[in-house]
Design a protein around this ligand. Structure first.
Ligand code: SAM
Ligand code: SF4
Length: 341
C-alpha cells in the first residue's frame, strides 16, 4: 500500500547558502532500540512518549516532500529502525519512489531483526544496508551492547546476504575494547564480501560514562592497520565524512569516519530528520527546525515546503564538535539515537 497524495506544483530543488545541493536525507524512525550500546545510550534511557512520534503516514509524507525537492538517497535509521512497529509498511510505501525521484532506499541497523526482515527489504528494492558490529567476541559484544547476542546479529547478516543485499559493516573504534580486534574484523568482513567502515566515537549525548575513556583517534587505528595491511587510498566519496582505502591483501574497501579530526563539511549533501519531525541541518550543531507543526498545519505541502526552505537556508558551513575536556561532558546534549548518526 502507498500513502499517495495529490500532486502540487513542483517546488524547486534544495540548495543551501554554500551551494551544496541537499540530496541525502537520513531519517531516525524511532529513538528506541533493543540494544544499549555503551557509546550511544545510557543504560536507563528515557525514550520519547509514543504519542510524540510521527506516524508512519506522516514520515512517508515528509520523506516524499524531500524527494520532491531533490533528495535522491534516503536512509532509515534510529534507534533501531527495525524495531519500529510496522516499519515494513513505511519501507514498502517509500519504495514507490525508487526508479522515480529516489535512487536509493537503505538503512542502518544493528542487525538483530534482519532474520525476520531481510528478504522483505530486498523485495522492496533495498539493495544495500549498513550493519553495525563492533566486535566478533560474544562476551565483548554483550558488554558493548549491554545485552545483545552476537549470534543473532551474525544470523541477521547471513539472512541479508542470502537475500542478495550488499552489507557494509560499521564498527566504532573503542579504546581498550575492540582496538586490538579491528584488523580481524576488517579481514572477516572482506572475506565475506562486505565493505567495512571504522567510525571514530563522537561526543553525542550523556551516556553515564566518560567519553574520553572511549575515545580512540582513527589516525592511530589507521597507523596500526597499515602495519598489517597495504592501504591504498581510493577516490570513493559519498559526500560524507568517510574516506576510503582499498586493502590490497583482501581486495575489500575500508572507510574511516573521522568527524572529530577531519573536516568534511564542504561536500556535505545531507540533513537529518528525527522521529518527531525535527530537522537537523548538521550532525555537529544544535540548530534544528520543527517540521511537525507545518506538516500537521495543512493537507497541502505548502507550509511544509516553506519550513524546509527556511531550514535549508540555515544549514551551517561546518560543524564544531568538541569534547568539553574541562567538564568531561559531551559537546552536544542529544544522543546519536535521536539523529541517527
Ligand atoms: N541502531 C542502528 C545501528 O546501530 O546501526 C542505527 C542507529 S545507530 C545510532 C547508527 C550508527 O551510529 C551506528 O553505527 C552506531 O555504532 C553509531 N554510533 C552511535 N553512537 C555513536 C557515537 N557516540 N559515536 C560514533 N558513532 C556512534
Ligand atoms: Fe541501538 Fe544502534 Fe545505539 Fe547501539 S548504536 S544502542 S544498536 S541505536
Amino acid at each position: 500500500m502507498g500513502f499517495e497524495r495529490a500532486a502540487t506544483i513542483k517546488p524547486p530543488p534544495l540548495v543551501d547558502p554554500f551551494a551544496r545541493a541537499i540530496t541525502y536525507l537520513r531519517v531516525s524512525v524511532t529513538d528506541r532500540c533493543d540494544f544499549r550500546c555503551v557509546y550511544c545510550m545510557a543504560e536507563n534511557m528515557a525514550f520519547l512518549p509514543k504519542q510524540d512520534l510521527l506516524t508512519l503516514e506522516e514520515l512517508d509524507r515528509l520523506c516524499s516532500a524531500f524527494i520532491a525537492r531533490g533528495v535522491r538517497k534516503l536512509r532509515l535509521t534510529g534507534g533501531e529502525p527495525l524495531v519500529r512497529r510496522s516499519i515494513m509498511t513505511l519501507v514498502r510505501s517509500l519504495s514507490r519512489h525508487l526508479g522515480g525521484g529516489l535512487d536509493e532506499l537503505t538503512l542502518t541497523t544493528n542487525g538483530s531483526q534482519l532474520p525476520k526482515y531481510a528478504a522483505e527489504l530486498a523485495a522492496c528494492g533495498v539493495k544495500r544496508i549498513n550493519v553495525s558490529l563492533d566486535t566478533l567476541d560474544p562476551d565483548k559484544f554483550r558488554a558493548v551492547t549491554r545485552w545483545g547476542e552476537l549470534d543473532k546479529v551474525i544470523a541477521g547478516i547471513d539472512a541479508a546476504q542470502d537475500a542478495g543485499l550488499a552489507v557494509k559493516i560499521n564498527a566504532v573504534a573503542l579504546k581498550g575494547v575492540n582496538e586490538d580486534e579491528l584488523g580481524d574484523l576488517v579481514a572477516w568482513a572482506h572475506d565475506r564480501g562486505m565493505d567495512a567502515t571504522i567510525i571514530e566515537v563522537m561526543p553525542l549525548g550523556d551516556i553515564g560514562e566518560d567519553r574520553l575513556d572511549q575515545y580512540l583517534p582513527l589516525s592511530l587505528v589507521r597507523a596500526r592497520l597499515a602495519k598489517r595491511f597495504t592501504l591504498d587510498d581510493i577516490d570513493h566519496s559519498t559526500g560524507g565524512p568517510a574516506r576510503y582505502v582499498r586493502v590490497a591483501e583482501t581486495g575489500g574497501r575500508l572507510g574511516f569516519i573521522t568527524p572529530l579530526t577531519h573536516n568534511f563539511c564542504e561536500s556535505c549533501n545531507r540533513v537529518r530528520l528525527t522521529c518527531t519531525g525535527t530537522l537537523y541541518m548538521c550532525l555537529g550543531q544544535e540548530d534544528a527546525a520543527d517540521l511537525r507543526a507545518p506538516l500537521r498545519a495543512s493537507e497541502s505541502d505548502e507550509p511544509l515546503n516553506a519550513a524546509i526552505d527556511d531550514a535549508i537556508l540555515r544549514k551551517p558551513k561546518g560543524h564544531d564538535f568538541i569534547i568539553d575536556r574541562r567538564h568531561r561532558r559531551p559537546a552536544l546534549a542529544r544522543h546519536m539515537s535521536v539523529t541517527g548518526g
